[in-house]
Structures are given as C-alpha cells and as structure tokens.
Design a protein around this ligand. Structure first.
Ligand code: CP
Length: 327
C-alpha cells in the first residue's frame, strides 16, 4: 500500500485536507475488512513506533500497539514517568533520539497549555512523523474513529443533526480535546452540529470561530446552546460527554461547586426520547456510568460505543500505514 502521506505529522485534523482525511478513512475501511477476514496486512514490516504516554489509556495504547503488530511492525510502549523526561530531558532531545531509532513517534500529553506545545516541539525536531494520541486541545485519532463510525451508521453526513453535549462526571478533570476536535471536524462533513454546555464549560473562542468557519465553508451548521433538552431534541447523533472547565478555571481539582451544580446534565432515557427515533448514542469512553449516562442508555439499542471504540484500531492503523509506510 502506497504511504501517501509519508512523514506527515498527525497532530490535528485541521492540518489535513478533506481529501487526505477521506483517504485515511478509505484505508481504515479496507484495513477493517482485512482484519475481520484474516487478510494479512504487512505494510509496516520491520518498522518501529514509539508510543509515549504521560497519562493513562486503554483504547489508544492498545489500538496502536495491536495495530502496529497487525501491520508487521513493533510498538514500544513508553511510560514517560520511567523515561529521562521525568528528570527534565527536553522534548527536542527525546524526539531527535527516538526518531533516530525508529519510524514514528506517538505521544499523549494532556497537560493544560503544555500538551500541544510539547507535540509541536517534538515535531519541529523529529525526522519521523509525530502522531498525537491526545493533547490538551486535540484528539485526532478519536475524531477520525468517530467520523468513520458516523459514516458506517448514517447514509449521509450532510445535514445530520449531531449534538455534542457536556455531561456531569467526577472521575477526573477531563481534557477538552474530544469535543474541540469534533466541533472542528464534523461541520467539514456538512453536519448540523450543536454544542451544548452549562455556563463555565466553554471551549476556546478561537475554536468556536473556526468551527463556524468550517461550517460555512463546507455547507455544515454550527450553533451553541446552554439548554440540554434543546440539544437532545430531534438529534440523529448525541455525544454526551464530560469535559473540564479548563478555559475558565485552570485548577486541577476534579470536583467543585460549579460542577456539583450541574448534576442534572446526564444522558437518561428521557433525554434519548427527545431525540430522533433512530438516534445513535456515542461516547469516546471511558464513560462515567451513572453520572454522564445511565446504564440503560449506554447498554441500550441506541448505543454504538463499542463500534466506535473498535474503529480506533482501524483508524490508528490507517494513520500509521499512510505516514510511516514501507515505500
Ligand atoms: N477514548 C480514548 O482515548 O480512550 P483511552 O483514554 O482509553 O485511550
């Protein structure tokens, strides 16, 4: 398979054109077919990717690590607390050295106002592609898998009513990177996107402006509401998910009075009943069951969360093949 984007960094989908994203999706669908039919896919034989994690992960780590094995290569899992980074080694030195040992570097660094800058610093000094496994602003691997899943379940993305809805959770103060990636990406595919959140959980102004621009340029729509019920009403796809109040409040405290005042922002059967009869419920996972969503919804007939999570494997493989490929 021709690695059409060999060497291209994958830090945000904003830096990938629609034809490039479409190619990644085409390859993802092919790799999914091949995986499910036991067709060998030796597109990264003898290649190595370094997988650096500053934070915990289930889907991202394992889709990358299993994915590169399926492609004939090797993924090296790196807990950054065990690297010399923990003694202050720079992003530059880490990138120069790891890129001299292999063919790709992937990294998750979600620290607020640090993560994306860290990845950019690596990209400026790496001779191999840098792949973003989630930072403080973007989660492009998740965005690509979400888009693939929406294409699988919807005949068309044009005018599809997609609601990205803040939800109450207490597990940890989550990054804004998933909803930010979705509001930028989905309008590019003509979707009618609603962003719903209670006061205090804003996304950055520049991202809102860019989401509106992407909608205008691609025949999509984008609007904001602070009314949860309005966001569920008539939606074809709902994505109720927590994110932290990072833009307004940089404290790392997980639970505060503001959060506790919005316990009612939960995806319940009553909310699902407001949506389209065939509505799909999505969530990047992990979900805070009982807080963000009730079990009967996430385990119910509208939920496509496991399909969404599975597609992380196929899209991760597509990104690695197209940026690190053999030819
Ligand atoms: N959705 C996602 O990125 O999951 P992990 O945090 O488990 O990687």
């Amino acid at each position: 398979m021709e690695p059409l984007f060999k060497g291209k960094h994958f830090i945000t989908l904003e830096e990938w054109t629609k034809p490039e994203i479409d190619k990644l999706l085409e390859v993802s669908f092919q790799l999914k077919h091949d995986f499910l039919n036991n067709v060998p896919t030796p597109y990264l034989t003898n290649k190595t990717a370094f997988l650096m994690f500053f934070e915990q992960s289930t889907r991202t780590r394992n889709s990358m690590e299993a994915g590169i094995a399926h492609l004939g290569g090797h993924g090296v899992f790196l807990d950054t607390s065990k690297m010399q980074i923990s003694h202050g080694e720079s992003a530059k030195d880490t990138a120069v050295i790891l890129s001299s040992y292999g063919h790709g570097i992937a990294c998750r660094n979600c620290f607020w106002e640090v993560g994306n800058k860290y990845l950019r610093e690596m990209a400026a000094n790496s001779s191999v592609p840098i792949m973003n496994l989630q930072d403080d602003l973007y989660h492009p691997m998740q965005g690509l898998a979400d888009l693939m899943t929406i294409q699988e379940v919807s005949k068309t993305t044009k005018n599809l009513k997609v609601s990205i809805i803040w939800a109450y959770a207490t597990t940890h103060k989550k990054p804004i990177s998933v909803p930010l990636t979705q509001i930028l990406l989905f309008p590019r595919y003509g979707m009618d996107v609603t962003l719903a959140y209670p006061e205090g959980y804003d996304l950055p102004d520049w991202a809102i402006e860019k989401a509106k621009k992407n909608a205008i340029e691609n025949g999509g729509k984008f609007h904001i509401t602070h009314n949860m019920e309005e966001a569920f009403t008539g939606a074809d796809i709902v994505i109720p998910k927590n994110w932290g109040s990072w833009v307004k409040n940089q404290s790392t405290a997980v639970v505060d009075d503001l959060l506790e005042s919005y316990k009612g922002w939960k995806c319940t059967e009553e909310m699902i009943a407001l949506a389209s009869p065939n509505v799909k419920y999505m969530h990047a996972l992990p979900a805070d069951r009982g807080n963000e969503v009730v079990d009967s919804v996430i385990d119910g007939v509208h939920s496509i969360v496991y399909q969404e999570a599975e597609n992380r494997l196929h899209t991760s493989k597509a990104v690695m093949v197209m940026t690190m490929g053999n030819k």
